[in-house]
Design a protein around this ligand. Structure first.
Ligand code: PKZ
Length: 167
């Protein structure tokens, strides 16, 4: 199915998944879709491998962690969370140097916690991994105080976004 991209999410300077100035980063982009889901696009490089030509399972879990944690921002733009649980199922190897899409949505949102699910989708449309994660809500003020975060935590993504995506 094809979906229109409604919004491009902000990215961070040093994040491992989306950081613009982290040379080991996956430089992942995040697109909010008309169907209420979030899509990410990343191209893992040899830096991200485990066995030859295979993306490291920890890298796959990082992408799922971040996209599921970001999906809440579609319905609650100021909601921030820290991951308290993450469960990943690895179903197929993910190759290096090929674009991977990931789709996620929020499945539960309460005053203290939110949770969601996501999938890594390969170029042929098959699902390589699935994830379920839970986050403890934390205000940006508290996060900033605990981690020293500044304006570089959320910066505009200046890259060109597609008008529509397919998966
Ligand atoms: C990211 C880079 C920037 C990118 C650009 C911006 C993008 C923005 C989006 C990013 C999306 C995120 C992507 C990655 C996010 C990380 O990677 S975060 C890093 C990994 N996670 C962490 O570091 C969290 C570590 N854990 C902690 O800090 C502490 O355990 C917590 C979560 C703050 C809780 O601490 P605490 O308050 O001392 O603990 P506690 O009193 O036991 O629990 C508080 C409440 O939470 C509940 N709770 C705690 N754990 C659980 C659980 N597992 N299940 C259910 N309830 C729980 C307790 O039951 C309790 O409830 P009440 O009794 O108050 O009703």
């Amino acid at each position: 199915m094809k979906y229109k991209v409604k919004n491009k999410q902000k990215i961070s300077k040093y994040c491992f998944v989306c950081g613009t100035d982290n040379k080991e980063s996956l430089h992942t982009k995040f697109y909010e879709l008309e169907n209420g889901e979030l899509m990410s696009v990343s191209t893992p490089t040899p830096t991200h491998q485990s066995y030859p030509d295979r993306v490291h399972g920890g890298v796959i879990s990082s992408v799922l962690d971040e996209i599921i944690g970001r999906a809440i921002m579609i319905e609650e733009p100021d909601a921030w969370g820290v991951t308290v649980e993450l469960n990943i199922k690895y179903k197929k190897p993910v190759p290096i140097d090929k674009p991977i899409k990931c789709i996620a949505r929020t499945t539960r949102n309460t005053r203290l916690l939110f949770e969601g699910t996501g999938e890594i989708i390969l170029e042929d449309g098959s699902i390589a991994a699935t994830g379920h994660a839970k986050y403890y809500k934390m205000s940006l003020e508290k996060l900033a105080k605990e981690t020293g975060a500044d304006d570089t935590l959320m910066m505009d993504d200046l890259s060109q976004a597609p008008e529509e995506v397919e998966y």
